[in-house]
Write a protein that binds this ligand. Structure first.
Ligand SMILES: [Fe+2]
Ligand SMILES: [Fe+2]
Length: 310
Protein backbone atom coordinates (compact mmCIF):
# COMPACT_ATOMS: atom_id res chain seq x y z
CA UNK A 1 0.00 0.00 0.00
CA UNK A 2 1.43 3.37 -0.94
CA UNK A 3 0.85 6.78 0.62
CA UNK A 4 0.15 8.79 -2.54
CA UNK A 5 -1.74 12.07 -2.41
CA UNK A 6 -3.91 10.89 -5.29
CA UNK A 7 -5.58 7.70 -6.38
CA UNK A 8 -6.67 6.25 -9.70
CA UNK A 9 -10.37 6.91 -9.05
CA UNK A 10 -10.16 10.69 -9.23
CA UNK A 11 -10.77 12.54 -12.48
CA UNK A 12 -7.64 13.35 -14.44
CA UNK A 13 -8.99 16.87 -15.04
CA UNK A 14 -9.34 17.37 -11.26
CA UNK A 15 -5.73 16.23 -10.75
CA UNK A 16 -4.42 18.65 -13.41
CA UNK A 17 -6.49 21.49 -11.97
CA UNK A 18 -5.04 20.83 -8.51
CA UNK A 19 -1.46 20.37 -9.83
CA UNK A 20 -1.24 22.32 -13.13
CA UNK A 21 2.44 21.45 -13.66
CA UNK A 22 1.38 17.83 -14.20
CA UNK A 23 -0.07 18.92 -17.54
CA UNK A 24 3.51 18.77 -18.84
CA UNK A 25 3.75 15.07 -18.03
CA UNK A 26 0.76 14.01 -20.16
CA UNK A 27 2.65 14.10 -23.45
CA UNK A 28 5.52 12.20 -21.79
CA UNK A 29 3.01 9.45 -20.91
CA UNK A 30 1.61 9.54 -24.45
CA UNK A 31 -1.78 10.69 -23.15
CA UNK A 32 -3.47 13.17 -25.51
CA UNK A 33 -5.86 15.91 -24.45
CA UNK A 34 -9.56 15.17 -24.73
CA UNK A 35 -9.97 12.96 -21.64
CA UNK A 36 -13.13 14.82 -20.55
CA UNK A 37 -14.22 13.78 -17.10
CA UNK A 38 -12.66 10.32 -17.13
CA UNK A 39 -10.84 8.97 -14.11
CA UNK A 40 -7.09 8.36 -14.06
CA UNK A 41 -7.79 4.59 -14.19
CA UNK A 42 -9.97 4.98 -17.31
CA UNK A 43 -7.53 7.26 -19.14
CA UNK A 44 -4.58 5.01 -18.27
CA UNK A 45 -6.46 1.93 -19.52
CA UNK A 46 -7.25 3.67 -22.82
CA UNK A 47 -3.63 4.59 -23.44
CA UNK A 48 -1.84 1.52 -22.10
CA UNK A 49 -0.33 3.29 -19.09
CA UNK A 50 -0.12 1.43 -15.80
CA UNK A 51 -2.07 3.52 -13.24
CA UNK A 52 0.34 2.76 -10.38
CA UNK A 53 3.26 3.91 -12.52
CA UNK A 54 1.27 7.02 -13.52
CA UNK A 55 0.60 7.86 -9.87
CA UNK A 56 4.22 7.26 -8.87
CA UNK A 57 5.45 9.73 -11.52
CA UNK A 58 2.80 12.27 -10.45
CA UNK A 59 3.86 11.92 -6.84
CA UNK A 60 7.57 12.49 -7.55
CA UNK A 61 6.68 15.28 -9.96
CA UNK A 62 4.45 17.20 -7.57
CA UNK A 63 6.34 16.67 -4.33
CA UNK A 64 10.11 17.34 -4.34
CA UNK A 65 10.63 15.84 -0.90
CA UNK A 66 8.89 12.56 -1.73
CA UNK A 67 11.22 9.57 -1.92
CA UNK A 68 9.52 6.33 -2.95
CA UNK A 69 10.27 3.37 -0.71
CA UNK A 70 11.96 0.30 -2.15
CA UNK A 71 8.69 -1.57 -1.56
CA UNK A 72 6.89 0.97 -3.78
CA UNK A 73 9.55 0.68 -6.48
CA UNK A 74 9.36 -3.13 -6.34
CA UNK A 75 5.58 -3.23 -6.54
CA UNK A 76 5.17 -0.69 -9.37
CA UNK A 77 5.18 -2.01 -12.95
CA UNK A 78 8.01 -0.16 -14.69
CA UNK A 79 7.51 -1.09 -18.36
CA UNK A 80 6.45 2.48 -19.03
CA UNK A 81 9.54 4.11 -17.49
CA UNK A 82 11.97 4.13 -20.43
CA UNK A 83 9.26 5.11 -22.97
CA UNK A 84 8.26 7.95 -20.60
CA UNK A 85 11.86 9.21 -20.37
CA UNK A 86 12.43 8.88 -24.12
CA UNK A 87 9.27 10.86 -24.91
CA UNK A 88 10.43 13.52 -22.44
CA UNK A 89 13.82 13.79 -24.18
CA UNK A 90 12.11 14.11 -27.54
CA UNK A 91 9.76 16.80 -26.20
CA UNK A 92 12.61 18.89 -24.75
CA UNK A 93 14.89 18.62 -27.77
CA UNK A 94 12.39 18.78 -30.57
CA UNK A 95 9.65 20.99 -29.15
CA UNK A 96 10.59 23.11 -26.14
CA UNK A 97 14.17 24.06 -27.00
CA UNK A 98 13.38 24.97 -30.65
CA UNK A 99 10.41 27.00 -29.37
CA UNK A 100 12.68 28.93 -26.98
CA UNK A 101 15.28 29.33 -29.75
CA UNK A 102 12.59 30.96 -31.87
CA UNK A 103 11.79 33.46 -29.10
CA UNK A 104 15.49 34.05 -28.48
CA UNK A 105 16.08 34.84 -32.15
CA UNK A 106 13.50 37.64 -31.93
CA UNK A 107 14.87 39.01 -28.67
CA UNK A 108 18.48 38.81 -29.91
CA UNK A 109 17.55 40.91 -32.95
CA UNK A 110 16.64 43.77 -30.56
CA UNK A 111 20.04 43.73 -28.84
CA UNK A 112 23.37 45.03 -30.09
CA UNK A 113 24.54 42.39 -32.56
CA UNK A 114 27.46 41.12 -30.46
CA UNK A 115 25.24 40.84 -27.39
CA UNK A 116 22.55 38.94 -29.29
CA UNK A 117 25.17 36.68 -30.84
CA UNK A 118 26.79 35.87 -27.48
CA UNK A 119 23.43 35.05 -25.84
CA UNK A 120 22.56 32.78 -28.77
CA UNK A 121 25.97 31.10 -28.45
CA UNK A 122 25.30 30.47 -24.76
CA UNK A 123 21.93 28.94 -25.61
CA UNK A 124 23.28 26.81 -28.48
CA UNK A 125 26.06 25.48 -26.25
CA UNK A 126 23.42 24.61 -23.67
CA UNK A 127 21.29 22.75 -26.26
CA UNK A 128 24.38 20.73 -27.23
CA UNK A 129 24.99 19.86 -23.59
CA UNK A 130 21.38 18.70 -23.20
CA UNK A 131 21.68 16.61 -26.37
CA UNK A 132 24.88 14.94 -25.11
CA UNK A 133 23.28 14.24 -21.72
CA UNK A 134 20.30 12.55 -23.41
CA UNK A 135 22.42 10.59 -25.90
CA UNK A 136 24.51 9.26 -23.01
CA UNK A 137 21.37 8.06 -21.20
CA UNK A 138 19.83 6.59 -24.33
CA UNK A 139 22.95 4.69 -25.34
CA UNK A 140 24.12 3.45 -21.93
CA UNK A 141 21.54 3.62 -19.13
CA UNK A 142 18.36 2.65 -20.96
CA UNK A 143 19.91 -0.28 -22.92
CA UNK A 144 21.41 -1.49 -19.61
CA UNK A 145 17.83 -1.92 -18.31
CA UNK A 146 16.87 -4.03 -21.36
CA UNK A 147 19.99 -6.18 -20.89
CA UNK A 148 19.18 -6.75 -17.21
CA UNK A 149 15.54 -7.60 -17.95
CA UNK A 150 16.51 -10.08 -20.66
CA UNK A 151 19.15 -11.68 -18.42
CA UNK A 152 21.71 -10.79 -21.04
CA UNK A 153 23.90 -8.29 -19.29
CA UNK A 154 26.84 -7.64 -21.58
CA UNK A 155 28.01 -4.31 -20.26
CA UNK A 156 30.15 -3.43 -17.27
CA UNK A 157 27.96 -0.41 -16.67
CA UNK A 158 26.72 0.14 -13.11
CA UNK A 159 23.87 2.47 -12.29
CA UNK A 160 25.67 3.84 -9.21
CA UNK A 161 28.35 5.34 -11.50
CA UNK A 162 25.68 7.05 -13.58
CA UNK A 163 23.88 8.41 -10.50
CA UNK A 164 27.13 9.72 -9.01
CA UNK A 165 27.73 11.94 -12.03
CA UNK A 166 24.15 12.63 -13.10
CA UNK A 167 24.13 16.40 -13.54
CA UNK A 168 21.36 18.94 -13.37
CA UNK A 169 20.34 20.52 -16.66
CA UNK A 170 18.16 23.20 -15.10
CA UNK A 171 20.85 25.24 -13.30
CA UNK A 172 22.15 26.58 -16.59
CA UNK A 173 18.68 27.71 -17.62
CA UNK A 174 18.56 29.79 -14.43
CA UNK A 175 21.87 31.32 -15.50
CA UNK A 176 20.43 32.05 -18.96
CA UNK A 177 17.41 33.80 -17.43
CA UNK A 178 19.73 35.93 -15.27
CA UNK A 179 21.79 36.91 -18.30
CA UNK A 180 18.65 37.79 -20.27
CA UNK A 181 17.30 39.90 -17.39
CA UNK A 182 20.59 41.75 -17.22
CA UNK A 183 20.97 42.47 -20.91
CA UNK A 184 17.44 43.25 -22.04
CA UNK A 185 17.20 46.86 -23.17
CA UNK A 186 16.19 49.21 -20.38
CA UNK A 187 17.13 46.80 -17.63
CA UNK A 188 18.12 48.50 -14.40
CA UNK A 189 20.73 45.76 -14.06
CA UNK A 190 22.41 46.69 -17.29
CA UNK A 191 26.15 46.17 -17.08
CA UNK A 192 26.94 49.84 -16.56
CA UNK A 193 24.87 49.80 -13.37
CA UNK A 194 26.32 46.52 -12.06
CA UNK A 195 29.89 47.46 -12.62
CA UNK A 196 30.94 50.46 -10.57
CA UNK A 197 34.52 51.58 -10.68
CA UNK A 198 36.63 49.44 -8.45
CA UNK A 199 33.67 47.82 -6.64
CA UNK A 200 32.67 44.20 -6.56
CA UNK A 201 29.65 42.03 -5.84
CA UNK A 202 29.38 38.33 -5.16
CA UNK A 203 26.27 36.54 -6.25
CA UNK A 204 25.04 33.00 -6.21
CA UNK A 205 22.53 32.44 -8.97
CA UNK A 206 19.12 31.31 -7.71
CA UNK A 207 18.42 27.63 -7.95
CA UNK A 208 22.03 26.82 -8.52
CA UNK A 209 23.96 24.56 -6.23
CA UNK A 210 27.23 25.82 -7.45
CA UNK A 211 30.04 27.79 -6.09
CA UNK A 212 29.56 31.52 -5.79
CA UNK A 213 29.71 33.84 -8.77
CA UNK A 214 31.71 36.98 -8.59
CA UNK A 215 30.91 40.29 -10.24
CA UNK A 216 33.53 42.97 -10.09
CA UNK A 217 33.82 46.56 -11.17
CA UNK A 218 36.04 48.32 -13.68
CA UNK A 219 39.13 46.37 -14.41
CA UNK A 220 37.62 43.33 -12.66
CA UNK A 221 35.52 40.43 -13.79
CA UNK A 222 32.53 38.26 -12.94
CA UNK A 223 33.40 34.63 -12.74
CA UNK A 224 30.73 32.02 -12.47
CA UNK A 225 31.76 28.49 -11.72
CA UNK A 226 29.01 26.13 -12.79
CA UNK A 227 28.91 22.49 -11.67
CA UNK A 228 29.73 19.92 -14.29
CA UNK A 229 31.01 22.55 -16.67
CA UNK A 230 33.59 21.32 -19.15
CA UNK A 231 33.88 24.41 -21.14
CA UNK A 232 36.07 27.24 -21.88
CA UNK A 233 35.24 30.58 -20.35
CA UNK A 234 33.31 33.23 -22.18
CA UNK A 235 33.56 36.86 -21.46
CA UNK A 236 30.64 39.24 -21.17
CA UNK A 237 31.58 42.86 -21.03
CA UNK A 238 29.75 46.05 -20.27
CA UNK A 239 30.85 49.65 -19.98
CA UNK A 240 34.05 49.85 -18.04
CA UNK A 241 34.06 46.32 -16.68
CA UNK A 242 33.72 42.71 -17.65
CA UNK A 243 31.93 39.53 -16.63
CA UNK A 244 33.64 36.25 -17.20
CA UNK A 245 31.34 33.31 -17.15
CA UNK A 246 32.30 29.68 -17.37
CA UNK A 247 29.59 28.71 -19.79
CA UNK A 248 28.31 25.13 -19.56
CA UNK A 249 29.41 22.92 -22.39
CA UNK A 250 30.55 25.87 -24.42
CA UNK A 251 33.25 25.13 -26.94
CA UNK A 252 33.18 28.61 -28.28
CA UNK A 253 35.85 31.18 -27.98
CA UNK A 254 35.26 34.09 -25.61
CA UNK A 255 32.53 36.47 -26.64
CA UNK A 256 31.79 39.92 -25.42
CA UNK A 257 28.31 41.00 -24.41
CA UNK A 258 27.62 44.69 -24.50
CA UNK A 259 24.90 46.50 -22.63
CA UNK A 260 21.86 47.56 -24.62
CA UNK A 261 20.33 51.00 -24.61
CA UNK A 262 16.66 51.90 -25.00
CA UNK A 263 13.79 50.04 -23.43
CA UNK A 264 11.35 47.31 -24.34
CA UNK A 265 7.79 48.18 -25.13
CA UNK A 266 4.61 46.51 -26.40
CA UNK A 267 5.09 43.32 -28.41
CA UNK A 268 8.81 43.03 -27.74
CA UNK A 269 8.19 43.22 -24.01
CA UNK A 270 5.51 40.51 -24.28
CA UNK A 271 7.92 38.37 -26.35
CA UNK A 272 10.53 38.67 -23.62
CA UNK A 273 8.00 37.70 -20.93
CA UNK A 274 6.82 34.71 -23.02
CA UNK A 275 10.38 33.54 -23.52
CA UNK A 276 11.36 33.86 -19.86
CA UNK A 277 8.17 32.07 -18.85
CA UNK A 278 8.97 29.24 -21.31
CA UNK A 279 12.55 28.93 -20.04
CA UNK A 280 11.42 28.80 -16.40
CA UNK A 281 8.80 26.20 -17.24
CA UNK A 282 11.31 24.05 -19.11
CA UNK A 283 13.71 24.44 -16.20
CA UNK A 284 11.06 23.12 -13.79
CA UNK A 285 10.19 20.21 -16.10
CA UNK A 286 13.87 19.26 -16.54
CA UNK A 287 14.41 19.33 -12.79
CA UNK A 288 11.48 16.95 -12.31
CA UNK A 289 12.83 14.74 -15.09
CA UNK A 290 16.15 14.45 -13.23
CA UNK A 291 14.29 13.65 -9.97
CA UNK A 292 12.42 10.86 -11.75
CA UNK A 293 15.74 9.43 -12.97
CA UNK A 294 17.35 9.76 -9.54
CA UNK A 295 14.42 8.60 -7.38
CA UNK A 296 12.72 6.03 -9.62
CA UNK A 297 15.08 4.86 -12.35
CA UNK A 298 18.13 4.69 -10.04
CA UNK A 299 16.63 2.48 -7.30
CA UNK A 300 14.77 0.39 -9.90
CA UNK A 301 17.97 -0.41 -11.80
CA UNK A 302 19.82 -1.12 -8.55
CA UNK A 303 17.15 -3.74 -7.75
CA UNK A 304 17.54 -5.26 -11.22
CA UNK A 305 21.32 -5.37 -10.86
CA UNK A 306 20.99 -7.02 -7.45
CA UNK A 307 18.64 -9.71 -8.70
CA UNK A 308 20.83 -10.37 -11.77
CA UNK A 309 23.74 -11.23 -9.44
CA UNK A 310 21.78 -13.98 -7.70
FE1 LIG B 1 16.90 11.87 -19.12
FE1 LIG C 1 19.26 12.90 -16.91
Amino acid sequence: MNDYLYNENINLSALITAQPQLLLTLSHFGIPMGFGDKTIAQVCAEHGVDPQFFLLICEVYSNDSYIPSLATIKSTPMQGLVPYLLRSHDYYLNRRLPHIAHHLEKIASMLPSRTGKAIKQFFNAYVEEVREHFVHEETTVYPHISHLLSGNQRDKFKIKDFLASHGNLDDKLSDLVQIIFKYLPGSKNSPSKIEGAGGSMTSSLPGSKNSPSKIEGAGGSMTSSLPGSKNSPSKIEGAGGSMTSSLPGSKSSPSKIEGAGGSMTGDSNDDAIDMIFDILQLSLDLRKHALIEDKILGPYVKLLEKSSQR
